[in-house]
Design a protein around this ligand. Sequence first.
Ligand SMILES: *Cc1c(COP(=O)(O)O)cnc(C)c1O
Length: 385
Amino acid sequence: MSINKDFRTIAAANGIADDIAYGAVTPPLYLSSNFAFRQFEQAQAYEYSRTSNPTRDLLADTLAKLEGGAGTVVTSSGMAAVNLVLGLLKPGDRVIAPHDCYGGTYRLLAALQDKGHFDVEFVDQGNQEALVSALSRGATLVFVETPSNPLMRIVDINVIAQRTKAVQARLVVDNTFLSPALQRPITLGADFVIHSTTKYLNGHSDVVGGAVVAANSNDVEELKAWANMIGVTGSPFDAYLTLRGIRSLFARIERQQTTAMVAARFLSQHPRVGVVHYPGLISDPGHELAARQQSGFGAMLSFELKGGLEAVRSFVAGLRIFTLAESLGGVESLVAHPASMTHAGMGAEARHAAGIKEGLLRVSVGLEAEEDLLSDLAFSLANIE
Ligand SMILES: *Cc1c(COP(=O)(O)O)cnc(C)c1O
């Protein structure tokens, strides 16, 4: 008999001790690209690993359970996951995306629009009037990122889901910044959830991967068929590592967000720091909504240094524990400068429109000791000038 399991239990133990060959406690890694037919015209459960693979399927099943979806396609990267969903569109379809979305997503949407694949409108989705007016011009797919990258703006998934359904469009939520440990968009009305599993789900900065979870099974089948046709499914080895990372997802993110809150408070009181974007702060414009919509505030934050680019230069030169690097969600703490790194491809004008300034730094809080991280920040802030 199956019992109702807590999400922590699913993350830690989905597929554990299910091995029928030897009773292996940890699910085996099936690297094989192909699988033998039992006999002529009689395939077994698996045939070819581009189409399906037992290790990747266990990761997909775990993600579907964690997100509350009907199924998952595990892809070779987060961008492959975004592209897979966009592949459902045809010329004339309209996508409504946030004006401050992940730089790679922005670039892909703009490039596919240029090729005539579909039309895109970038809007400030925190502005309900702007969103309603964009929807009134027609929509096929609405793309949401909350919290947004890098400004940590929060939008109401449930309200946008209702508005999206009212115009017969589909809702996609990129849940990379929180993971299903802290936010479950399908329960709030999303049709698809996208992940860069590179980030919190794998959590150890040693895999690039992605996933699309779909709320209904027809969509799962369509995505699976496309993923197989175009060949974007992830490798079994990456799936194995990502599943290994998910085992500790809750413990990691809970610890990391506790430290993030302390770091956000510290930064918000520092004289060299301007605005701090962290929805955990009561002063943050997204605080109330985040408290309602999420089961934690997460471990990502961003802040503006007074003194712009020059201050950024000396601040990052002073860092000893934080590493200046792209990506996020790993066990190690990172600092990124969106204007010159993650969001460089957006162009200055679009960055300005989205409110991403030269002095903005994004922080991914890892698992190092809180005291060490705080003294690193204090030291580097003192290093400015
Ligand atoms: C990193 C990231 C992506 C892209 O994922 P890759 O695994 O790098 O391809 C998409 N969305 C968000 C929010 C991300 O942080």
